[in-house]
Design a protein around this ligand. Structure first.
Ligand SMILES: Nc1ncnc2c1ncn2[C@@H]1O[C@H](COP(=O)(O)OP(=O)(O)OP(=O)(O)O)[C@@H](O)[C@H]1O
Length: 230
């Protein structure tokens, strides 16, 4: 589902954020991406959804050679990918329902279908009673659930979460991670979670990719920190 072959990203400033990276992530995998600040985690993620272009090497996502996608085709390619950020990024003047429906509206999905999909997704994230609430009326954890619902409503092949628990307390963080696990199980979505949270990585013992200095330092299937990575 995701394949990087000898990928390097050098920014205009000369910073080599990703340095000859090779990785293969299969369909339906759940992977944590960890590493110190400035290691290249966000750059790695940005290469996957064509926010940045690789300087050299090949990035394949959902069967597409990402560097070769024409600019005007990028929005179509991104329909394969749901993205969740640390700071939720919800539209403040729209209700929960409208926030989630928005991506479907821009793709001209029929109204009845939109209503069905949004309701089903709200149920999956446990917010069926909040459809008419506005983001400011929700807790941080609930807002992140809405952001996750928005990211998955179109049933993308890949879901990327960049520090999804960065603004949340430990108990709420666990709830969000368990929700991502449920989505992985129910929808078989390939999920990548970038995190600084050692406890989460330790607790769930999933495949963990450790990035340091733009390279994959270790890649383990049993939970990074539990395996002696620091
Ligand atoms: N747009 C940019 N232009 C120039 N340099 C950049 C740009 N974005 C990131 N960098 C640099 O690339 C390197 C990797 O940054 P990146 O944001 O990928 O790291 P990170 O592992 O996500 O860090 P953090 O955990 O702090 O978010 C850093 O040295 C950073 O300063």
């Amino acid at each position: 589902m995701i394949k990087l072959e000898n990928v390097t990203k050098v920014y205009k400033t000369g910073v080599r954020a990703v340095n000859n990276m090779n990785v293969n992530i299969g369909p339906g995998e759940f992977v944590y991406v960890i590493g110190p600040t400035g290691a290249g985690k966000s750059t790695f993620i940005k290469l996957l959804y064509r926010e940045e272009k690789a300087s050299s090497g090949k990035v394949i996502v959902a069967g597409e050679d990402v560097s070769k996608i024409k600019n005007r085709k990028v929005p179509y390619f991104r329909r394969n990918i749901g993205i969740v950020f640390q700071n939720f990024r919800l539209l403040p003047k729209k209700t929960v329902f409208e926030n989630i429906a928005f991506t479907l509206e821009v793709t001209d999905t029929p109204r009845v279908e939109i209503r069905k999909k949004v309701r089903r997704t709200l149920e999956l994230v446990g917010l069926e009673d909040k459809a008419n609430a506005f983001p400011h009326e929700l807790s941080g954890g609930q807002q992140q659930r809405v952001a996750i619902a928005r990211a998955i409503v179109n049933n993308p092949k890949v879901l990327i979460a960049d520090e999804p628990t960065g603004n949340l307390d430990p108990d709420t963080s666990i709830e969000i991670i368990e929700l991502l696990e449920r989505i992985n199980e129910v929808n078989h979505t390939t999920i990548l979670v970038v995190t600084h949270d050692k406890e989460i990585v330790q607790k769930y013992k999933k495949r963990t990719i450790l990035i340091e200095d733009g390279c994959i330092k270790t890649d383990t299937s049993t939970g990074g920190y539990a395996n002696g990575i620091h």
